[in-house]
Structures are given as C-alpha cells and as structure tokens.
Design a protein around this ligand. Sequence first.
Ligand SMILES: [Ca+2]
Length: 441
Amino acid sequence: MASARGLTLNDLSWHEVNLTRREANITLQIDVIHTTRSLLPGRFFELNIHYGVFIGGQGDFNELFLGHTDYLRGCMADIIYNGARVIEYAKSRKGQSEATAVTWSCSPEFDATRSTEVSFVEDGAFTAIPRPIPRSGSKWEFELKTGAESGLLLYNTGQSSYADYLGIELFEGKIRLLMNKGNGPTELIHGTPVADGKWHRVAVDFNPSGIGITVDRQEKTITLPSGGNRYLDLADTLYIGGTELNKRARALGKGLKSGDVSYKGCLRSMLLDNKELGLPDVKISQGIVVGCVWGFPCIEADPCVPEAVCSQLGVSSFKCDCDQPLCIKSNYAEDYKIYSRANLPVNLEILSLSPLVLSEGGHVLVTSDNIAMVLDIAKYGVEEDGVIFTLVTPPTYGTLALDLLTTRTEHSFTLQDINRDKVMSSCFHGRRILEPTSVGS
Ligand SMILES: [Ca+2]
C-alpha cells in the first residue's frame, strides 16, 4: 500500500506517519488527515518478525521480496514500533541493534537552501546530484574558495558501455576539464590560478562541438572536430567535490589526476544551465559541512615573519615555522594558536592567544582570556608554575608589570601568574598590543 496519490512528502518538512494493523485491516495515516486503508488477504494474521526492524535502509539484508529500494536521505524521529523506541534502541546499541552511516541529530543540510554555501572538509568527501545532462551538453557555473592545488570538482562517469565521460578538477591550482564524447579525451586547462583562498567565479561549457572554461570572466575555449561520435552520452548523476569510493579508480584511469582526491574548499552559487543547484538537490553526501568554514590566514592575513614558512592547519588555522623564538609577526592582531615545533611527529596545539588592546594611559590585566593553555599539561606531568613565559621582545610602548610576581628572572612569568591575575600591562602613550612570545617548561 502507498500514501495517497499527489501527496508530496519530499518537501524538507516534517511529516507524521502512523501505520496500524489489526487483524486484516491496515491503515496508513499521514499528517493525521491523509488516510489510506487496505485489507490483508488470507485467514492468518499473525505477523512473525524474524529478521528485525530496519529503518532508513536494509543494510546488507537482501531478500528478494523487498526488491531494490534506495536508502532514506533525511531525518526520522520518534520511531515507535509496538511501543519500542527504535532510535533510542539503535543509538544505545541495545539488543543486537546496529547503526551505519547515521548521525544522531538532524543535519543542517536538510534546512539548507540552494544559496547555502557548502564546505568540503574530509578526505573522501563528495556529493551526488541526480541530474540528466542533455546529449547536446550543458553549462555548469559555480564559485569556489580554496587553497588546494588539486581535487575533483565535478565528475560524470558517462553512460555504461559508452566511452563518454566528463571531469572537472583542480590541477596545480588551476581549473582543468577533461571530456570524452566517444572520440577520445580532450583536455582544457585555464591559466588563471584559483587556489589563492579568494572567491572565484567559474563557468564550464561542455557540448559535442566544443569546451570552454571561464574564470572571473576570462574565457578559454577549444573547438572539437566534427565527425566521429556526435553526441555526449553522460550518466544521470553528477558527482560534485569528489566521487564515491567505487568510482575513484575508474576516474583516475580515465586521466583525472584528482580521481581519488576530494576537493577541499567552499562552493556556492551553483547553476546548471542557468538553474540553481544546491544542497536540496543532493542525493548522497559525505564529508561536507553546511556553510563556508574554510579560512586561509596564510594567504589572507600573512601572519608570519618574513623568514618563516606559513602553513594551513585544519580548515581555518595556521602555523608559522622558523628557527627563531618568534615566528608570528608581533603586530598580528587576530586571535591565533601556537603549535609545537615541527620536529614532533604530530602538531600539538599548545596555546590559544587573543591579543590585548590597551588604550593610552590605561592598565589591564593579562588573563587566561588572552593566554589560554590548550595542551593538557597535567598529562605531561607539568604544573602551572612550570610553564614559563619569557618576554622576548619588550613592548614598543608601555610596560609589562611583573612586580606582583615572585619570579626568579626579570622577564618571565608563569601560567600560574596569569591564572592568578598577576600580570599587568600598562600603556603610557600610543596603542599597544601585547603578544606572548615563546613558551618553555
Ligand atoms: Ca558519445
């Protein structure tokens, strides 16, 4: 039995479903008012559940009577099966319950609109959008913001038994298009570097008679020779930002250098043949975050001293490496974090810093809001008075008053001093930003 014809349930709104069976009578009620009824055939009405209850998909359970069903993409809540709270069961792994590819809250992806920005953050991230491409080709437009030199932007496997395919990727920080309409692959690379942490508008035209890439209004095109195979025979699914695990080897084999590398960065304002395309159209997603979370301080803020090498850490942080005590510019006025030296096998986050701004003639305490210990020092057997900060560069204006302390050396204070409000910064003229320098223990 099915819900009433014409009733739309895939509208990104919540719907209440109630299925009841008593003897031979089955009732399906949706949103209280839409009711369908059916009568079971036969004389025996005992329902024997041998295989358990499956929610959202059938996992590796494969019985012919079920046929092929896609798994659910969306949110379900308050599932009660004969009084048993199924989600709570699965969440706490009660009985023999299992859960695969589930998050225990309703993802913001389902509240997103087509104009919501998307971040691809994880290795192996991708989205799949069901969208047939006409044999005469299409135009795909989008804006991207990335610092990545490589990564798959769009992939269409082509129809099975055809040689056709389409791939658009980042290659050495530039947009590369590879298309085969059946006569062998054609490659086009646009010369404009886009992996600079800034937004760029990209338009890609692909049709049987030519391909073109436009980056920030600069167009580059190639005309394809007529003759041979005339049409572009693509599949009905567009993979954006990467592709599924079982399709990566094939994409690599076809010449896409990022066939197994997901895009890392933000995408927004996607159009396919002038129609908006976005999260509400996505059928499968993996490793993405709603909104643009990528920031590129190395590129945008140039935070390191000239001798240092700045490297991106995670989605929005940075690290400056140099062989001096101070690798971050002393006038860098944004919050930042300090990491362990590069000679350790992992980058340990040590400190989180927020610069101190003082008005002329003012006094202010340096507190744990300015210098916060992130590293779990107790784990390494270090106490607060064992973490010593040394003033490497004295303030250009004003002073750092350490006279409340009982420190042994003149230009040092400890983490304990900060947490006990004993470090004071004062300013005589001008504006002073205090930056803590090196840490030793
Ligand atoms: Ca073809």
